[in-house]
Ligand binder design. Sequence first.
Ligand code: SF4
Ligand code: SF4
Length: 185
Amino acid sequence: MMQKLLINNNILKFKEDIEGLSKQRISNCYQCGKCTAGCPVAFAMDYPPNQVIRMIQLGLRNEVMSSHAIWFCASCETCTTRCPREIDLARIMDSLRIIAQAENKVSVREVPILNQIFLKSIELTGRVYEVGVIGAYNFFSLNPFKDIPLGIKMFLKGKLNLMPHSAGNFRGLFKRIREKSCDRN
Ligand code: SF4
Ligand code: SF4
């Protein structure tokens, strides 16, 4: 009996954690599958979006947190738009990524690496500095020489600028965002 109560508490705790962070009622999902039918990357996910929701309902914390699906999600919000129960699934995916990072359980580490580098490029130059982003991404994902042959070809055809072009200074904006997220925490 005690063990059953403990299991029930764990299930509720996981669902409540995600509901608290995402501000979504996960219990409202009735598994119609419309989110998955419209998701452009469901074919590549280990668990499609409706199954991720069902797993949260069932309290399968380890399975959800170690899934590739939460990192393959492109935040396109198609699922959110299609859901007849008005569940913002894109926001739930976001919350799952936040928790996975906080708990150091990132199953597809290339995604947060690219996110960080992409944002740094925007902060420093106001746009995507392609050579810097690809070079840093390959370096930090432990594949430093991966795109060198292609990069040389593109450079010789004049399709690659080695120097970044600045589109403005966004450091102030990023600083304010960081301060706001610190205030919220
Ligand atoms: S569309 Fe909404 S109700 Fe239907 S399975 Fe997806 S999350 Fe659940
Ligand atoms: S937000 Fe994510 S889960 Fe939803 S449809 Fe887009 S890629 Fe799929």
